[in-house]
Design a binder for this molecule. Sequence first.
Ligand code: FE2
Ligand code: FE2
Length: 224
Amino acid sequence: MYENEIRQLIQQLAWTDDVTYYHSLRVACLLAKFTEMPAGQKFLKQAWVTQSECITAGLLHEIGKVSWPRDYLFSSDRLAQMDDETLTKFWTLKIQHPLLSERMILELYAKSGNRFWERIARGVAAHHESFDGSGYPYGLTGTEIPLLGRGLRVFDTYVAMSEYRRYRSHFEHERVLKEMGYSLGCRFDAYWGREILAFLESIYIENGQPCGNLDQWLEEFLAG
Ligand SMILES: [Fe+2]
Ligand SMILES: [Fe+2]
């Protein structure tokens, strides 16, 4: 595995924006738990990715945000106060961030030639695509979306809805799962969305931190 490369990128994210850093760690940690289960192993097989590729995709899906101008990083709570120009710039950055992440990861592919990075990059680029075509950046539909991206979409949404943000409170575990259930077959792949929601329902989640100390979890993953 590429311990140094992953560490360098994720540290950069921690320094830039620690909310997004812990968000990414939560997504990755849940992917790690999922891919230990039979359903998760079937997911890896069908997505043609290894477990470490899948977890690394979780870690790096938001990495493109390190290149955002600082003012925009924490601006979701100030949308109402923004002028039109700033708002347009913010949404442009938001829509482009999966592509920024993809580009950074593809640079590592270009350096090493290892398809480890290419497979991760394709999944990461698609983490905001929706099954029904209503997502971004390309509005891909159904199986046009790499399966890794479809899986990331579900985990990412679960984690985002469960987290506190400065501009809103978090939602309880049961409520998140219920709301997400309505999006099966539209935002989420019907089959894998259901499998992942069933997995999330089954695991014990305390305070939104099923992996305990996330920094420690990261060290163990990188060392493994
Ligand atoms: Fe994202
Ligand atoms: Fe995310």
